[in-house]
Ligand binder design. Sequence first.
Ligand code: NAD
Length: 462
Amino acid sequence: EPLYPARLASLPADIARPGYDRDAVRTGILHLGPGAFHRAHQAAFTEDCLAAGETAWGILGASLRSAGTRDALAPQDFLYTLALREGGREALRVVGALRGILAGADAPRAVLAALDDPAIRIVTLTITERGYGCDVARGELDEGDADVAHDLAAPDAVPRSVPGLLAASLWRRRRAGIAPFTLLSCDNLAGNGRVLHAAVTRMAARRDRGFGDFVAAEVACPSSMVDRIVPATTAEDRARIAARLGCADAAPVVGEPFAEWVIEDRFPTGRPGWERAGARFVTDVAPHERRKLRLLNGAHTMLATIGPGLGCATVAEAVAHERLSPVLARFWAEMAATLPAETDAAAYCARLRARFGNTALRHELAQIALGSAQKLPQRILLPCLERWRAGRASPVLIAVIAAWLRGAAAGGDPLDGLARREVFAADEWRAPPLRGMIAEECGAMARQGLAARLDALCRAPD
Ligand code: NAD
């Protein structure tokens, strides 16, 4: 039997559940990409606001790429379980904030219709780096992307890209005299609000110059730094959670107890009081975001690039590995030197090591490695380039780059990968000094083998 509103009252006492009247909640947020992360992070923060009586902020999800989550959750009236795990403990909470999901072939049209409702005042996004249709190295719309090109060429057709969809909706609202919504990106992109603002403005300007100016001036895109480790849910998670609930949840989400959300406070048409749940509102997110992208996401990408070659499958296995553990320390030392002095990197990294070591989560390195071409520039390449320009050697960062190129080369010459300008944007990557260092590292890895090469790197003086 599935999880269903009528079952809430009979769940075991140690399982938290909505204590508010879900039927009295109105939809104020449309969320693009209601995957695992959104449901474990922003929706959980919003749930606290609904529980405190802020009934204007129910969430309508929209999936442009798949209908799986909608199909799983519709029979449950969009209730799902959030499981927070650490050590031997697992706290379960049934979340009620999600009120529906638009999905399937007709989703773009349905989203446009839903966004005509003035009650929707915020559009949040977790659509992965790729979903922005941007060249992440430059932070601009990638006009060579097929969906982006379609939307630029045919602004009145059904949009295919997220920036195209948002520009089309803002156009409809403006014609109807409805204030624009605030756009809140919750993806791991440096300057996520700025990137989204530039992309939507570019789409809008293509339609009409004055409209482009309107979007540039009037649509708020606050940046935000989001943090909670949320691996993909497994069949084992579903079975374990069902056993505790006493009924089946087709799409629970599993994460760590830790959560952080730092948001630029620019919401001209209002927002939920997310600070109730621990969110912090600031005027500049950049230092928080940079610390998190480089130390957390950067380390994830490093472990996902190198770990599988040492036989590791998960983050917890990788941080416990006798060869990788010292590499991680060296990696963090190189990264920390690119952050402002007031960053308390030592304490942050000590905490990260404990979070990464959480064996109650099975965070697959293969999941982190997905879309690595979009992740590498901001997580690894830019910090390495900053160090290079400051005259500092970066043996571990160069080793990560070499290992990534070797993995991507599939038997060919790893150095050919340096020609990929959408990844290696700066010409310095193709000039003799950096190219030579990478070539040397690729050669050393090929000769010595990965494990011996990592040992040698860690034995070298700092
Ligand atoms: P997921 O695979 O569960 O969900 C991804 C969602 O993005 C799905 O709803 C999918 O339909 C949508 N999507 C994918 N490609 C898209 C595209 N091209 N256009 C539009 N929508 C698209 O992944 P997740 O764990 O929910 O993570 C999503 C994002 O959240 C990450 O890429 C990252 O930016 C951010 N994030 C995740 C975590 C985490 O620990 N999982 C932590 C911090 C930030």
